[in-house]
Design a binder for this molecule. Structure first.
Ligand code: KIV
Ligand code: ZN
Length: 529
């Protein structure tokens, strides 16, 4: 019995976060989870609890706080993984899911696991049974499913359903599948496993985008009987990413004539908000021409198109931009706007104001209002989101002066405050103020070199992105950096200011503070008994 409602399983916080440099802190993950709940996804895969304390507490906190979607934790077919996942999703009660996976393809069996088929089945069944003893809702993924011999995959599906799995997810782990062939595989599974036909278990798909087919493969699978799709906002994820949620959802909605009654419960007007939030929280910029959520997705530049649009929108527009949350008009705030107006706008934008430090948001708002005529929604969002990306501020920027020009050696003088307290909150007693200067091939280079001298950290800037948060010459500039502090790991940092050199210095310091906070936590952990 094929149901026509597709389960939207969002893995932005797990597979999406696996993308290099996209890691988010707890506060950032919680904010994304809240937005996913507003978007009305059915399942949030919130992390891989066994891999770190951070992942464990993210899954646990999201399980406690988020109402509506099912909350899922990932686990290998290993006892300690399953225990950690079960414990982390426990606060979600009946809405907790454990997702266990084990590779099944010949290439993984031989080269990665060194295990024969019957051993794989035994471990998969054991893993599902253990998960089932902790939660009712168990998903099993035969990793590299698309490259697994179909007859073996059928055996795995039957055995794991028998053991208690109610969702069997077929991953195209390496993005190898092509739509027709993938649909044939899903159809073969559907026809060979009676429990899929009866509805005792459903088929899910999880497609990666290495050949650019992630969305096409997922939709082909839906036509062949899959009833859950795994996806991420903006398509972020390992390597080339995962199937993009917004594309899947809007394809089903816009081409409902073709997908004949197949629907999903996503609240599409929240798509753009979700895309922007994920982009900011993960520091991954959305390309301008990205379908649905790119800046150009609904911009009609050519004269012929504009003329057609004016005569009748449907000549060149297949979707209504408002349906995905592109707002048409916005009344900006100004420095004269009071606290109540700012708070009301924050609520309208979907923030939970009780969780915010409204005093500091309001101080920053006034500060920006003094410098620029209008404070747009995006400015306000950037101010608030700065609170989420905050890490203990070991170093804070106290003073910055740069001299530059086409006839001058760019020079920066920087004064930093160093807090010696563990939380990074500067207490007068534990605070040192030091200054130094640096020269560079430009003002940003000079400022960052001065920061390196002061903090004794040698960072290599691997990525530097600057964007204007809102409109106008006086717009707030937001800088996102990815820095390698010598161990190959990319540490993200963000900073915003109407002065782009200051924004750059703040972003770089944010990365320095992040790496210090992470190494502090590691030290503390290694000294624990
Ligand atoms: O791509 C993959 O195979 C995965 C599994 C854990 C589902 O992410
Ligand atoms: Zn994946």
């Amino acid at each position: 019995m094929k149901r026509n409602k597709i389960v939207i399983f969002d893995t932005t916080l797990r597979d999406g976060e696996q993308c290099p440099g996209a890691s988010m802190n707890l506060r950032e993950k919680l904010e994304v989870a809240r937005q996913l709940a507003r978007l009305k996804v059915d399942v949030i895969e919130a992390g891989f609890p066994v891999i770190s304390e951070g992942d464990f507490s993210a899954v646990q906190t999201i399980s406690k706080e988020i109402k509506g979607p099912t909350i899922c934790g990932l686990a290998r077919c290993v006892s300690k993984d399953i225990e950690a996942a079960g414990e982390a999703v426990q606060p979600a009660g009946k809405k907790g899911r454990i997702h266990v996976f084990l590779a099944t393809s010949k290439i993984h069996r031989e080269f990665k696991l060194g295990k024969a088929r019957d051993e794989i089945i035994r471990l998969a069944v054991k893993g599902v049974e253990q998960a089932k003893s902790m939660v009712k809702d168990v998903e099993f993924s035969p990793e590299d499913g698309s490259r697994t011999e179909p007859e073996f995959l059928i055996e795995v599906c039957k055995a794991t359903i028998e053991a208690g799995a109610t969702t069997i997810n077929i991953p195209d782990t390496v993005g190898w599948a092509v739509p027709d062939q993938f649909a044939d595989l899903i159809r073969e599974l559907y026809e060979a496993v009676p429990d899929f036909q009866s509805g005792k278990a459903i088929i899910s798909v999880h497609c990666h985008n290495d050949l650019g087919f992630a969305v096409a493969n997922s939709l082909a699978a839906v036509q062949a009987g899959a009833r859950q799709v795994e996806c991420t906002v903006n398509g972020i994820g390992e390597r080339a990413g995962n199937a993009a949620l917004e594309e899947l959802v809007m394809a089903l909605k816009t081409r409902s004539d073709f997908y004949e009654g197949i629907t999903c419960g996503v609240h599409t007007k929240q798509i753009v908000n979700a895309s922007r939030l994920v982009s900011r929280m993960s520091s991954l910029i959305v390309q301008r021409n990205k379908a649905i959520v790119g800046e150009n997705a609904f911009a009609h530049a050519s004269g012929i198109h504009q003329d057609g649009m004016l005569k009748h929108r449907s000549t060149y527009e297949i979707m209504n931009p408002e349906d995905v949350g592109w707002a048409d008009t916005e009344l900006p705030l100004t420095k004269h706007s009071g606290r109540a107006a700012v708070t009301a706008r924050l609520k309208q934008l979907g923030f939970k104001t009780v969780d915010l430090d409204l005093d500091s948001v309001f101080v920053r708002f006034k500060d920006i209002g003094d410098k620029k005529k209008f404070v747009y929604d995006d400015d306000l969002i950037a101010l608030v989101e700065n609170q989420f990306t905050e890490v203990p501020e070991t170093w804070t920027l106290d003073y910055l002066n740069v001299t530059c020009g086409n006839q001058t050696v760019p020079t920066a003088t920087v004064r930093l405050k160093k807090s010696s307290s563990e939380t990074g909150k500067s207490k007068a007693k534990g605070e040192t103020v030091i200054s130094d200067a640096g020269i560079g091939d430009g003002p940003v280079d000079a400022a960052l070199k001065a920061i390196d001298r002061l903090t004794q950290k040698r960072g290599i800037l691997k990525e530097y992105i600057i964007r204007s948060v809102s409109q106008g010459k006086d717009a707030l500039g937001e800088v996102s950096v990815k820095v390698d502090f010598g161990d190959g790991e990319l540490i993200a940092g963000k900073g915003a200011s109407t002065d782009i050199i200051e924004a750059s210095a703040r972003a770089y310091l944010n990365a320095v503070n992040r790496v210090l906070s992470a190494s502090g936590k590691r030290k503390k952990k290694s000294t624990q008994p």
